[in-house]
Design a protein around this ligand. Structure first.
Ligand SMILES: [Cu+2]
Length: 137
């Protein structure tokens, strides 16, 4: 009776140990692959539209570091907007879709310098939906 219990405990211990090992293996391998994929994690730049429908972003300036940059645009306004990132010369480097509700993002690789972002919905940029992104080396 006692030994049966002991055996059962031993088996449970083995099972537990085994599954812990499995979990350890699983979590190490699952965390390893995304890390390898995004070897250099992108720097995130958050841009948010005025949530009350004014034709502006909540900020007109942002700063980040050269390399992979993820532009995350949040638009909780009832009006559709987008974020277009371009050089100061007007060359478009990336953009989100035009949308309302939630957030969309895109990733670009940027060198140090000045860039601009704006909303491409007709009239919005002229109304003030633009900002400056400074990228430091
Ligand atoms: Cu807009």
């Amino acid at each position: 009776m006692k030994s049966a219990l002991r055996r059962r405990l031993a088996t449970t211990g083995l099972l537990l140990g085994g599954s812990l090992l499995l979990v350890a293996f699983w979590s190490s391998s699952s965390s390893a692959s995304p890390t390898a994929k995004t070897a250099a994690a992108a720097h995130v730049v958050n841009i948010t539209a005025n949530p009350y429908g004014a034709l502006k972003y909540t900020t007109t300036k942002a700063t980040t570091t050269a390399g992979k940059v993820e532009i995350v645009f949040t638009n909780k306004a009832p009006i559709e907007h987008d974020v277009v990132l371009s050089t100061t010369g007007g060359k478009i480097l990336g953009k989100t879709p035009i949308f309302t509700g939630g957030k969309k993002s895109f990733t670009v690789t940027l060198k140090a310098g000045k860039y601009i972002w704006y909303c491409s919905v007709p009239g919005h940029r002229a109304a003030g939906m633009l900002g400056t992104l400074t990228v430091k080396s």
